[in-house]
Design a protein around this ligand. Structure first.
Ligand code: FE2
Length: 253
C-alpha cells in the first residue's frame, strides 16, 4: 500500500482510547451513529445481505490486546466490488483463504494496541464504480482529555491514477476532518469525554454487559491466530483492550 497524500491532522477534545476502541470494534455504532450518510449515499449491498454478514463476521483479539473485525459476504462474482484491473494482482499475491476474505469484504477495521488503527471499507457506487477506502490512523494523546488525530489515505501501489484519485476523494469526503462519518464520530467521542468527566459519572463503573456472554465463548473452530468471537456486534474486543490497558496501568501486564 502507498500513502496517497500528506496526512490530515486535527485536535479533538476526547481521550485517545475512545477512538482506539471505536476502531477496534467498529460495528455496534454504524447504523445508529452513521445512519445519515448511509441514507444519502447509494447503497448497493442489500441491507439483509449486510446484516447477515455482520451476524456471520468475526472479531478477533490477538496477543490479548490488538483488535480487529471483518464483515465478509459472498458475492456472485469474486472481487466484484474491486476495480477489474486490480483483480489479477490479488489472485496472484494472496492465498485462497486470503482471497476468500478479501473478495467478499464489506468492511474491516482494527486497532493495533495501543493507538494505531486502520479501516478498509468497500464503496461500491453506481456512479463511480467499484472501489474502496483504506485509512490509517494514529491517535496521539496530548493529555487525558485531548488527542491529535493523524489520518492517512492509502491505496495499492499498483492501482491506476483514476482509481487512486477516486479512493482519496471518497476517503476525504467521508473521513477527512469535515467528512460525513468523521464529524459524527468525533462529536460522540468528545461527548463521551464530557459526560464521563464529572463527580456523578465517576461513581459508576463503565458497563460492558454485552461483552460478558462472549468473553468465555471464543470460536472453537477459528483457524487464524488470536481469539475470535461471533457475531461482530458485541463489545468483547473493546472490553479486552481496556482490560489489557488496565493491567498495564496497575503494573499487572
Ligand atoms: Fe464511526
Amino acid at each position: 500500500m502507498q500513502v496517497m497524500a500528506p496526512p490530515q491532522r486535527s485536535r479533538v477534545r476526547a481521550n485517545w482510547k475512545t477512538a482506539a476502541v471505536n476502531f477496534g470494534a467498529d460495528n455496534q455504532h454504524i447504523f445508529t451513529t452513521h445512519i445519515g450518510p448511509f441514507t444519502v449515499q447509494p447503497v448497493t449491498i442489500p441491507w439483509q445481505q449486510r446484516m447477515k454478514a455482520m451476524e456471520d463476521g468475526v472479531q478477533v483479539v490477538a496477543s490479548d490486546k490488538h483488535c480487529v473485525s471483518f464483515t465478509v459476504t459472498e458475492f456472485d462474482a469474486p472481487f466484484s466490488l474491486f476495480p477489474e484491473d486490480m483483480r489479477p494482482l490479488y489472485q496472484q499475491r494472496l492465498n485462497p483463504e486470503q482471497q476468500r476474505v478479501l473478495s467478499g469484504l464489506i468492511s474491516g477495521a482494527g486497532t493495533l494496541f495501543p493507538n494505531l488503527s486502520f479501516l478498509e471499507r468497500m464503496v461500491p457506487s453506481p456512479v463511480l464504480g467499484a472501489g474502496k477506502t483504506v485509512l490509517l490512523r494514529l491517535w496521539q494523546p496530548i493529555n487525558a482529555h485531548e488527542m491529535e488525530i493523524v489520518s492517512w489515505c492509502l491505496a495499492e501501489r499498483e492501482s491506476s491514477e483514476a482509481y487512486r484519485a477516486r479512493s482519496l476523494a471518497d476517503g476525504l469526503r467521508n473521513f477527512g476532518i469535515s467528512g460525513l462519518f468523521e464529524q459524527e464520530d468525533v462529536e460522540l467521542w468528545a461527548s463521551i469525554g464530557a459526560a464521563s468527566d464529572n463527580a456523578v459519572a465517576r461513581e459508576y463503573p463503565m458497563s460492558f454487559m454485552t461483552a460478558i456472554p462472549y468473553l468465555n465463548a471464543p470460536l472453537r473452530d477459528f483457524k487464524g491466530p488470536g481469539d475470535a468471537y461471533r457475531p461482530i456486534l458485541s463489545e468483547v474486543t473493546q472490553f479486552r483492550f481496556l482490560q489489557y490497558w488496565n493491567r498495564i496501568m496497575t503494573g499487572d501486564a
